[in-house]
Structure formats: structure tokens, C-alpha cells
Design a protein around this ligand. Sequence first.
Ligand code: SF4
Length: 351
Amino acid sequence: MSITDYSTPRFDWTSAEIQALFDLPFMDLLFKAQSVHRENFKPNQVQVSTLLSIKTGACPEDCKYCPQSGHYNTELEKEKLMEVQKVLEEAKAAKDKGATRFCMGAAWKHPSKKDFPYVLEMVKGVKNLGLESCVTLGTLTDDQAKELSGAGLDYYNHNLDTSPEYYDSIISTRSYQERLDTLSRVRDSGIKLCCGGIMGMGEEQKDRVGLLRQLSLMTPHPESVPINMLVKVAGTPLENVDDLDEFDFIRTIAVARIIMPTSHVRLSAGRQSMSEQTQALCFMAGANSIFYGEKLLTTDNPEADQDRMLFKKLGINPEQREEHSDEAVVEAIESQARQQAESKMFYDASA
Ligand code: SF4
């Protein structure tokens, strides 16, 4: 098959075809992935997002990898929903450091009626700063998806995590189908999808094939596909799981790039433990999005300065953002604060 055969998105990938890509010699796979990448994206540009945990810990779900699950004792400090104003200050700081998208994560099964209006204010505020917005809030109803869309939300993150077959070994409190349902509600409301998974949870290669196939069946493909390497956290059931070989991780990124040629493939959690050389191979394999910032929700991430140095070494540029003057940014934050005070919607996280 020639490279051009891979350049148009397809939505009928079979497991056997995806497995055949995984089976290619490593260099052939990387060459193919990089070729597909260059047909669809500027080769040396990477989209940069920053992720903030707006409500931390005590989650009722039992995802075995997650330090925020209330089922495990990870000594994580639990926090209520952050104040809107504080979130917007963090968003401005992220923008100043070069982020073009601000992602806000809340450890919920689903957003409550009480908290949801504050999240809508956060989305509006982030948009006013000239940043793209993304939230991850768990399961959504139709109405919540529509309200987020109305607030201007660009992306909703909801990962499938792994293959349908391996899923029950990782989570028992939310079904795979529930996740697919939320994803289709999000899509129906006109919000773009950020959906991927986690590698290194003890799954087999067939599960990485199964996950990527599920993602590739979505029509259109998720606009953003985060590929995470498990960060093993003490106190979670996966704290002692065997390491995944980094070549297998890079292969997963390459196959994702080939079968979802126009999606941004994000090198997500787990970068902290990767060498610069491994990260460079991930970019070579077609990753073109990362998280900037010291924390990924609650786990460590390389510092932005370190990332800037790596970008310089590799000749990579962050994707450009829409520019707003500092005055406009300050005005946007102040205007949000005024609106919140007037509408008495300000949430006191210390209460
Ligand atoms: S991954 Fe999300 S849903 Fe699962 S336990 Fe963690 S915060 Fe809760």
C-alpha cells in the first residue's frame, strides 16, 4: 500500500489492518507515520495545551489508574470546585506561557446542578481570553452538552481508556457504552472530541489495537487523540504494574497517526519519565500536541521551560494562537469577575 492510501480518513479499519501496522518494522512504521503526518500537518508545529484540575479528588468512579478515585488511598489532598476567578487567572498564566488551549478537569461522575453553572462561567471566561477551551467532567446529559456548546466550549475530553475487552479490568463503575453515549451527545451538540486512552495498564497489544480501532470508527475521528503512558501512583491498584516498553508506546502513537491522519495526536501523561530522545521519537511518529505545565491534573509533567528547550533543540514551534492585547486579557478577567459578583454565582471553594 502506498503512503497516499493512508492520507484520507477512513472509518472502517479492521483489527487485522491495525495489527498489521503494529507488526511493521519499527523504522517502516515511523517513516509511514511521519509521511502521513506531513501530508496533513505542518511538520514542525506542535499544539500546546495546559491542563488544570478545577475539582480534585474524592471521585466516586474506581478507575484503577487514578489517584483521584475515592476508592483508593493516595494521600491526595481533596479540593472543592475552584473559584471561577482563580481558574481564569491560571488560564491567563497558561496563555502567557504559550498555551493555546486551556483544559479544565473535574473529578466527578457527572457535573451536579449546583456546580455546573460555574463551569459554564469558566468556559466563557477562557474563551474571552482568546484561548480554546476544553473540559472533562465525566458523564453528560443532552442538556449539559448543549449548554456547554452554548457557552462556547471547543473540546470535551472523555477517554475510552482501553479496548472494550480490557475495560472491565480497569473500571467497574462506568460502562464503556456510557462513555460512548456521552461522546455522541458531545458530538451532537457541536463540540469537538478529545478522546484517547492510557497505555501501560497491563493491557496486551491486542487491546491497544482494540482501543485505536474504536477511536477510528468514530465519524469523524476525534479531533484530539491523547495517548497517555500510565503514571503509576502509590495507593492505586496499578502502582506495581509492569512497565510498557517505550517502543510499544511510540508504535501506538504512530499507528494512531496513520489511521486518524487529520486528528491531533497528543503525547499526554507520562512525559515526565520519558527521555528527550523518546519524546522526539513520539513527535517523529506523528504526535503533534502536548500538555505544557508542571501538573497534569494531579501528576507531574515536565516544566514549560524544559519543553521550550526541547522544542528549540528539535526546531519545533508551538502552533500559533489568536493574539489579544494584555489590556484585553485584563479586561476579560475583570469583566468576568464583575459578572460573577452581580449574578451571585461566585463559588467559595473554602466553604
Ligand atoms: S479518571 Fe476521572 S472518572 Fe476515573 S476516578 Fe479519576 S477523576 Fe474519576
